[in-house]
Design a protein around this ligand. Structure first.
Ligand code: FAD
Length: 215
């Protein structure tokens, strides 16, 4: 079986994994998201889809299911790949990182983003110890320790964001995860495209970003 390849593999297609695909796509990186669920949205989709959220910046109120829809619409220009119904159970580091799903399928990329939230919703893997415990990234008590500049784990090239990321002062909210995705992206950009243009680029004025967005 041929591995699925991408610039960046995102484990978890919850709200934060989805927004990470947007940020990475904006800066020219092709993503593939893997989720044990049969749909995107993580906790928003599974635990409170019909509930209103009142603390997403600029949106006085939005139903959780609609937020997931909007996040999908936002990443559409970058056409990320998706593998649903696949629980990542193994991790290996060689010249690239390799992830293996519970059904034996595998994925390879030079960068991994852990956006696994509070863990797989799949009832089988929920009763087992988290697969992250064996990755050598310091997973303990439900979170992966990261620095707050790059959101990188102790293993260079492996990042963690959203509810899966642990650091002093961490608040498990959507807006924290979105911020983490943006800073992680800048670190990945420097790693994968070191010759690229440095500094801030605004979607409101950058012709490069707007071209990628198709606007
Ligand atoms: C009832 C409730 C109400 C909330 N209300 C608000 C609110 O009003 N405002 C707010 O800001 N936040 C709220 N939150 C918190 C918010 O939903 C979370 O912070 C957010 O969902 C975290 O997003 P995430 O993408 O990091 O993780 P998640 O949403 O947990 O998504 C992680 C995804 O990773 C997948 N996954 C995990 N492990 C694996 C694996 N090994 N292989 C493959 N896939 C895997 C899971 O299936 C899941 O889809 C609420 C949470 C709950 C439970």
């Amino acid at each position: 079986m041929e591995p699925v390849g991408a610039d960046v593999l995102i484990v978890g297609a919850g709200p934060v994994g989805l927004f990470a695909a947007f940020q990475l796509g904006l800066f020219g990186m092709q993503c593939h998201l893997i989720d044990s669920l049969d749909r995107p949205g993580g906790q928003c989709a599974m635990l409170y889809a019909d509930k209103p959220i009142y603390d997403v910046p600029g949106l006085p109120v939005i139903e959780a299911a609609l937020l997931v829809e909007k996040l999908q619409e936002q990443i559409a220009p970058f056409a990320p790949g998706f593998s649903f119904g696949r629980t990542v159970v193994e991790f290996a580091a060689d010249s690239q990182f390799r992830l293996t799903a519970h059904d034996g399928g595998f994925f390879e990329a030079p960068v991994i983003v852990v956006a696994t939230g509070c863990g797989a919703f799949d009832p089988v893997s929920r009763v087992k110890e988290s697969p992250l415990a064996d990755w050598g990234i310091g997973f303990a008590e439900g979170a992966v320790p990261v620095d707050t500049e790059k959101f990188q784990t102790c293993l260079p090239g492996v990042f963690a964001i959203g509810d899966a990321a642990g650091y002093p002062g961490k608040v498990p909210l959507l807006l924290s995860g979105f911020h983490e995705a943006a800073l992680m992206t800048q670190a990945v950009r420097k790693m994968l495209k070191p010759a690229g243009r440095a500094g801030v680029q605004y979607t409101s004025s950058s012709t490069v970003l707007r071209k990628r967005l198709g606007v």
